[in-house]
Ligand binder design. Structure first.
Ligand SMILES: Cc1cc2nc3c(=O)[nH]c(=O)nc-3n(C[C@H](O)[C@H](O)[C@H](O)COP(=O)(O)OP(=O)(O)OC[C@H]3O[C@@H](n4cnc5c(N)ncnc54)[C@H](O)[C@@H]3O)c2cc1C
Length: 397
């Protein structure tokens, strides 16, 4: 079954969706038009979205689609529903709500690693939008090199809560949903001598003593999404908030990265396609020297090149999506999707902005906002250079 995209993007006929997916896409579009787009400008001024949109997303079934229905989730493990969500938010330029971090990244940790008791405690709020989540890996001194993290969690046996606790100290930065988050998955070193096997995941909850949020960081783009520093000073985290095994944090992170990377790549590609479609329409309308600007050979070639590059990327990305849906996407292919689509997105948006001339530099034009919003995609979730390192290693060089 296929979804035909509207507008010139129709050439990218896709046969990876069923009518159920199409209906879901339509619902997501309506949700964005009703609950997101009218508030986006205000959220940009506020530097974050309202909690209401999270609860609205929960009511609409957009959070925890793959979580068991008994916790309020959708009970549907098909990854393509999350993909559709990411694509539609990207096409709408709706970069405020951090649903992708919550669903595509954090949800995978909760689903895979929670004990039954943790599921009961966290999943209902996770699905309803009452509990907003963040993941805190990066530190001021360690981003790409996660093994270089300095945040520590020292186990204190049997004191306080039954089962003991951890005393958490350290600092994180660039954390998406950092201001709004109620649950933060903190990556911390529990054994200083055990290398990557000394890294664990602890869930820090809003209000725990010693947990402070720093500034809501001022970014180049994505102004409606909060990104923050987080500080932990002698935070007592009950051992029952350990996610997965002690020392198993690094392996859990590595396991989830392909999902995060295909999601970022697919989001970038959807954003690029939309900007291209809009630009193509503009190039047919806008006149210079008595002709549509798209009819100058140079511009026609630029448009033809972008159409080709996007179509090629679409084929590769859809293949990766199907592989991921079937649980077969390799780390290498996910890295290829991530670097290729995000770099392509930046190139496409940059060339489209040029085609808009001066209007392209005006913030009220979606292409200008896309220019600022997309730039980060080659950086977060693993930089382009790190993606190439992963691919290079697989090549044996
Ligand atoms: C808007 C935004 C949101 C973010 N959200 C989150 C979040 O929610 N949670 C979280 O934990 N983190 C988050 N991050 C952090 C992000 O994942 C890191 O910024 C990223 O991994 C890069 O780390 P770094 O900034 O420390 O750069 P560095 O690791 O210091 O890298 C600097 C430069 O050196 C290059 N480099 C590093 N190592 C190598 C190498 N081996 N070979 C070649 N080049 C190399 C990098 O590619 C980069 O160009 C976010 C960042 C941004 C900007």
């Amino acid at each position: 079954m296929a979804v035909r995209r509207e507008g010139p993007g129709d050439s990218m006929h896709r046969d990876i969706f069923s009518p159920e997916h199409d209906a879901f896409r339509e619902m997501v579009r309506e949700f964005i038009a009703r609950e997101v787009t009218p508030y986006h400008a205000q959220w940009e001024r506020d530097g974050m979205v309202s909690r209401d949109v999270w609860r609205a997303a929960g009511r609409a079934g957009l959070l925890g689609i793959d979580v068991d229905e008994k916790y309020g989730g959708g009970g549907n493990p098909d990854y393509r529903f999350y993909l559709i969500l990411d694509e539609e938010f990207a096409r709408a330029g709706a970069t405020g709500p951090g649903f992708a971090v919550h669903n595509d990244i954090n949800g995978q940790y909760f689903l895979r690693l929670c004990t039954p008791e943790q599921r009961d405690r966290w999943l209902p709020g996770y699905c309803s939008g009452e509990l907003i989540t963040a993941i805190a890996m990066s530190e001021p001194g360690a981003g790409s090199d996660l093994q270089g993290i300095r945040t520590t969690a020292v186990r204190v046996e049997g004191e306080g809560e039954a089962g003991g606790s951890y005393v958490l100290n350290g600092q994180k930065t660039f954390i998406s949903n950092g201001q709004l988050a109620d649950l933060v998955i903190v990556v911390a070193r529990t054994d200083p001598d055990a290398g990557h096997r000394g890294i664990s995941l602890l869930v820090v909850e809003r209000g725990m003593a010693g947990f402070e949020r720093g500034r809501n960081l001022e970014k180049v783009g994505m102004h409606a999404q909060d990104t923050s520093e987080l500080f932990f000073s002698d935070v007592t985290v009950p051992a029952r908030n350990l996610l997965g095994d002690e020392g198993g944090g690094f392996v859990a992170l590595m396991r989830n990265l392909p999902r995060e990377r295909v999601a970022i790549g697919a989001t970038a590609l959807a954003a690029a396609e939309k900007v291209f479609e809009d630009t193509l329409a503009y190039c047919k309308e806008r006149q210079a020297f008595g002709r549509p600007i798209g009819s100058f050979q140079h511009n026609r070639f630029v448009l033809a090149e972008m159409a080709t590059e996007l179509a090629v990327a679409r084929a590769f990305t859809d293949r990766a999506v199907l592989q991921h849906t079937g649980g077969e996407l390799s780390n290498t292919d996910a890295s290829m999707v991530k670097w290729w689509d995000t770099e392509l997105c930046n190139r496409v948006v940059d060339r489209c902005l040029q085609l808009y001339g001066g209007y392209g530099y005006m913030a009220e034009y979606p292409v200008a906002r896309a220019f600022a919003d997309s730039r980060v995609q080659t950086i977060f979730g693993g930089t382009t250079e790190i993606m190439k390192e992963i691919i290079g290693r697989e090549l044996g060089v």
